[in-house]
Ligand binder design. Structure first.
Ligand code: ZN
Length: 100
């Protein structure tokens, strides 16, 4: 099984992967959160293995969007980032899951 790293570096920007008991955004509980300002990815520590990896894949995709021209591409084409991440991260998840 793929082991989630402690940090990820995209376009020279290093994000820390941090596990927390509870993550909220606008009073809503969530499995994970990507904070480009703080260069942090938060993952809920209460999730099972599969959901933790799904969440990592999702938040990693947000990091890639934030740190590459994809963010500009999405805005220029009026594509919702959450929708893009939701769809694209499924491929990332399958890839990570297949790693030994
Ligand atoms: Zn998201």
């Amino acid at each position: 099984m793929f082991k989630i790293p402690k940090t990820v570096t995209i376009s020279g920007q290093t994000y820390k992967i941090i596990y927390k008991d509870e993550i909220t955004l606008d009073d809503m509980e969530c499995d994970g959160l990507c904070c480009p300002g703080a260069k942090e990815v938060l993952i809920n520590s209460q999730l099972d293995c599969e959901r933790t990896l799904q969440t990592f894949a999702h938040e990693l995709t947000h990091v890639i969007v934030a740190e590459t021209a994809i963010s500009r591409m999405l805005v220029m084409n009026n594509i919702d980032e959450e929708l893009f991440v939701e769809v694209f991260s499924k491929g990332v998840f399958d890839f990570l899951k297949g790693l030994k």
